[in-house]
Structures are given as C-alpha cells and as structure tokens.
Design a protein around this ligand. Structure first.
Ligand SMILES: Nc1ncnc2c1ncn2[C@@H]1O[C@H](COP(=O)(O)OP(=O)(O)O)[C@@H](O)[C@H]1O
Ligand SMILES: [Mg+2]
Length: 275
C-alpha cells in the first residue's frame, strides 16, 4: 500500500524551556512526542492545561525550535518561521483600523495573490460564513462571534494547506461556539485543509475531528490516539445523540481525569519532599 507523506509530523520531539528567576531550572514541556496528520485530516489535540499543546503548534509554525527530534511539514524540516501554515489563536488579531473586507483581504495581500482576485475571494468567504452586508464594518462594530469568523476566513481564504488552531473558540459563549463549529466543518469540507485543532472541550474535539490525540500532563507526550468514526457531515448541534459518542466521550474524559490526578499527586509529592 502506498503511504503518502504526512502533511505535518512531529518525530520524537523534546522541548525544554530555560527556567527563569534565581532557581532557573529548565522545564521539560514535551518529552518524546510523535504524531502526524495526513493531508486533509482534521486532528484534535487535547490534554491537561500546560501539557504542551500550544508548544506543538508553535513548533509547527516555526516560532520555536525543538530541543531534540524533528518537526516536519510535508516531509521537510521546519526551520525558521513557517509562513506556509495558517495559525489561528484565541485572539482574533483583526486590525482595528481596517474594515472586515480589508482585514480578510490582508491574508491574500500577504500571500502575494494578484490584487484583482482579493475582493472576489474575500467576498466569497465573507458570504460563506454569513457575514455578507458587514464587509464595510470595522472590528469594533462586530460581535465576538463575527470577529472570530472574520479571523478564521482571513486564514482560510488564501488556500493554506495546513491550519493550526489553538482553542480558537475559547472565549466565546456556548451557543456561538457550536454555530462556529458548524461553520468550521463546512469550510473544512469545502477545501479540506489539514487542521490541527487544540481544544479543552471534548465535545468539540469529537464533533470536529477524524482523530484525537490525548496528551499526558507535563512533560507532555502522547498518551493515546482515538479514531472518531462518526459519519460525516456531522450535525454538531446534536453530536451527543450520535451512536458511539458517549463511549468516546467517557474514554477521553477518563484519560484526562487520570492525567490531572497524576499531575496533582506529583505536585503534592514535590511539596512533601521540599519540607
Ligand atoms: N516561552 C516559554 N518559556 C518558558 N516556558 C514556557 C514557554 N512556553 C510554554 N512554556 C511552558 O511549557 C509548558 C507547556 O506550555 P503550553 O504549550 O502553553 O501548554 P498548553 O498549551 O498545553 O496549555 C507550560 O508549563 C508552560 O508554562
Ligand atoms: Mg495552550
């Protein structure tokens, strides 16, 4: 069977951060982390806070370098800032002095797309997420959900083949989150980029992902891999009613709970030891 090169891959990656302050002990954030995403795959990354999920995305974006191991994008080592991947974080990062349309066009401008194509493509994506009519509005005139839509399409508009998303819906209310999940699913099915999606919301991870990697608590490593075999397209509004959802949710949650407990015991032992 032919095996295609993964879109992104971490191979035996370690990441240590230099400690700060007087006690400057180095902190091992990632320990022997290996995982890959196939082209067009939607991969969820979940795990306790501080386990190194954001660090993995930063490595793939080339914003930081591994201490050991390799970080690859289509088989090539990531060296320096990787401008070929899109990165969407909790902050919408819209420029306040540019209209919605001009903010979305910015992504195309940066990528060297011919000027005459900017408007057409930007408007197409604005329509796609139901923001038609708001293209002349400035970020402060838009709701949190609208700004988030704008920041997502600003990245997806330039045909990036890999999109890194770090708790993108974190600050939004529960209803807006689910609506945006549905829209993200629609956008993903349209062009099928590879997505690495970090979330602490296990329902969201199940609703969107093809596979989910669960991290251990720090130092982060991959504890388990789950395949999400729920049929597509998925009704994210009723995902909890889908056959197979409950078992997957329980398994994920029990993995995470075990990791949180393990981390807490480690902390207690450290405190005891220092007495
Ligand atoms: N630039 C940095 N300098 C020092 N420590 C860092 C830095 N970035 C992350 N860390 C530490 O590495 C660990 C993993 O962080 P992070 O990847 O942000 O975790 P997560 O996203 O899973 O919550 C944390 O303990 C965090 O404090
Ligand atoms: Mg994080």
């Amino acid at each position: 069977m032919a095996t295609s090169t993964p879109a992104v891959r971490l191979r035996n990656v370690y990441k240590a951060f230099i400690g700060q302050g007087r006690t400057a002990r180095p902190l091992l954030a990632l320990e022997d982390v290996s995982f890959a995403a196939r082209p067009g795959e939607f991969v969820g990354l979940v795990g306790p806070s501080g386990c190194g999920k954001s660090t993995c995305l930063n490595l793939l974006a080339g914003l930081t370098a591994p201490s050991a191991g390799s970080v690859e994008h289509h088989g090539a080592q990531v060296a320096g800032v990787n401008t070929k991947v899109g990165y969407i974080t909790q902050d919408d990062n819209l420029l306040p002095w540019r209209s919605l349309l001009a903010n979305v066009e910015l992504g195309l401008e940066f990528r060297g797309v011919p000027r005459e194509e900017w408007r057409r493509r930007a408007l197409e994506f604005i329509e796609l997420v139901g923001l038609g009519g708001f293209e002349g509005h400035y970020p402060h005139e838009l709701s949190g959900g609208m700004r988030k839509r704008a920041s997502i399409i600003r990245t997806l508009v330039y045909d990036t083949d890999v999109v890194l998303m770090d708790e993108p819906f974190g600050p939004l209310d529960a209803q807006t989150r689910v609506i945006l999940q549905a829209e993200l699913q629609k956008l993903w099915e349209r062009d099928r980029p590879t997505v690495l999606f970090v979330t602490h919301d296990l329902v969201e991870a199940i609703a969107l992902s093809d596979r989910i990697f669960v991290f251990t608590s720090r130092p982060g490593t991959i504890k388990r891999e789950y395949r999400v075999d729920l049929p597509r397209p998925r009704d994210v509004f009723r995902i909890h009613e889908t056959t197979g959802f409950d078992d997957l949710y329980d398994a994920l949650w029990s993995d995470i709970r075990a990791e949180i407990q393990r981390a807490r015991q480690g902390e207690l032992q450290a405190v005891e030891g220092s007495r």
